[in-house]
Design a protein around this ligand. Structure first.
Ligand code: XUL
Ligand code: CO
Length: 438
């Protein structure tokens, strides 16, 4: 048990009228919503990297602003231990049932590949023990193949196959660790799987390398019996200028090409969706439409900044719409709501970590209740179903069922010989309807 959060008790649900900033007003983990508890629906996870690894650094400061005690410990394994103590203390006090990590978040890179593997294995044992003591579970594990300078030109997409091999070692070890810790999913985010300029890039080769890498990871998943899916996390850019896993639709095309669409799903991040020019709900619905919805990284961007600001979500209608489409699609199975979000670098106190997460959890819980009300009301779903009703009728079904050719459909128009008039899409009515629930 660490003393970093001394004075902060376990966060409780106190209800809508509570004025206590360290209490939940909406997240009542035992409340039943559409047949499942809030805890079962939302499957909240805290991310290790933003909350415990980032030190508040930005390129204009001399140093990080947070000065957390474990950042000052010079022995890297001792620092990793202290960080793990604080992390599990935080998860427990917050009441988040899950956490997520990169290999390098929990254990330091060693002087050689073997030492790195050793460090990681030692820390995985520590995490296993802490999971057992606290009951906290792993939502997903992943490997950091973007921070070390060796990955500056990519991991699996690197021009050098020996760096591909270094990435393979990390993924193998991180998959082993995820299995050992009972992780529900395994995530791959390709921050450096892309390029800066085509002038020095063989794109065809890089895409083939990436396809091969993912195929090997899927084979290994089956080999070790890692039960959950591999999740690709799309993002259009940053740090790569052109990131190959641009958005969900792009990822789906890639999975189809390599025949991996049954084994691999997506982890959709709100701020990545908006950076790719889409809404969060567009990405969620695209994933459901292709049957590859896995999990979400919950956060928000900044309307004025064009980069990944990873802020905690605070917009109720936006979050409600995302939650509504998740529920309409059937909800989470192995996935959950991971806060890939960080407090601002001026939010330097331990308590700020609680404010960020409590706010994000309450907004998500409120969004879940709004989604429940919309589903029970049924008017939105009916309006959309009515709009497409023709496709359920005889002619629509014949077209979709492949019973008619293009010239037969054309002949139908000539036989009927009447114009077809457009029907209102009722956008404003539906927007007003949504706002009635928020
Ligand atoms: C980066 C990002 C990553 C992934 C995991 O934008 O979202 O933290 O979630 O590698
Ligand atoms: Co993310």
């Amino acid at each position: 048990m660490s003393s970093y959060f001394e004075g902060i008790d376990k966060i409780k649900f106190e209800g809508e009228n509570s004025e206590n900033p360290l209490a939940f007003r909406y997240y009542d983990k035992n409340r039943v919503v559409l047949g499942k508890t809030m805890e079962e629906h939302l499957r909240f996870a805290v991310c290790y990297w933003h909350t415990f690894c980032w030190n508040g650094f930005d390129p204009f400061g001399y140093d990080g602003t947070f000065q957390r005690p474990w950042h000052k410990i010079s022995n890297p394994m001792e620092a990793a231990m202290a960080k793990a103590d604080v992390a599990f203390d935080f998860f427990s006090k917050l009441g988040a049932p899950f956490y997520c990590f990169h290999d390098r978040d929990v254990a330091p890179e060693g002087a050689t590949p073997r030492e790195s593997v050793e460090n990681f294995k030692r820390m995985v044992d520590v995490l296993a023990k802490k999971q057992e003591e606290t009951g906290i579970k792993l939502l997903w594990g992943t490997a950091n193949m973007f921070s070390h300078r060796r990955f500056m030109s990519g991991a699996s997409t690197n021009p050098d196959p020996e760096i591909f091999a270094m990435a393979a070692l990390q993924v193998k070890e991180a998959m082993d660790a995820t299995k050992k810790l009972g992780g529900a999913n395994y995530v791959m985010w390709g921050g450096r799987e892309g390029y800066e300029t085509l002038i020095n890039t063989n794109m065809k080769s890089e895409l083939e390398q990436m396809g091969r890498f993912l195929t090997m990871a899927v084979e290994y998943k089956h080999k070790i019996g890692l039960s959950g899916p591999i999740l690709i996390e799309p993002k259009p850019r940053e740090p790569s200028k052109h990131q190959y896993d641009f958005d969900t639709a792009t990822v789906y095309g890639f999975l189809k090409k390599y025949g991996l669409e049954k084994d691999v799903k997506v982890n959709i991040e709100a701020n990545h969706a908006t950076l790719s020019g889409h809404t969060f709900e567009h990405e969620i619905e695209t994933a459901f439409a292709h049957d590859i919805f896995g999990s979400i990284d919950m956060n928000r961007g900044d309307y004025q900044c064009g980069w990944d600001t990873d802020q905690f979500p605070n917009n109720i209608p936006d979050t409600a719409l995302a939650m509504y489409y998740i529920l309409q699609g059937g909800g989470f199975t192995t996935g959950g709501v991971n806060f890939d979000a960080k407090v601002r670098r001026q939010s330097t106190d331990p308590v700020d970590l609680f404010h960020g997460h409590i706010g994000g959890m309450d907004v998500s819980a409120r969004a879940l209740l709004i989604a429940e009300a919309m589903i029970k009301d049924g008017r939105h779903a009916k309006a959309v179903a009515d709009r497409y009703a023709g496709w359920k009728q005889e002619f629509g079904q014949q077209v979709l069922g492949g019973k008619l050719s293009l010239d037969q459909v054309a002949q139908r128009v000539l036989d009927r010989n009447t114009d077809v008039l457009p029907q209102s899409g009722r956008q404003e009515y539906l927007e007003n309807l949504l706002n009635r629930f928020c």
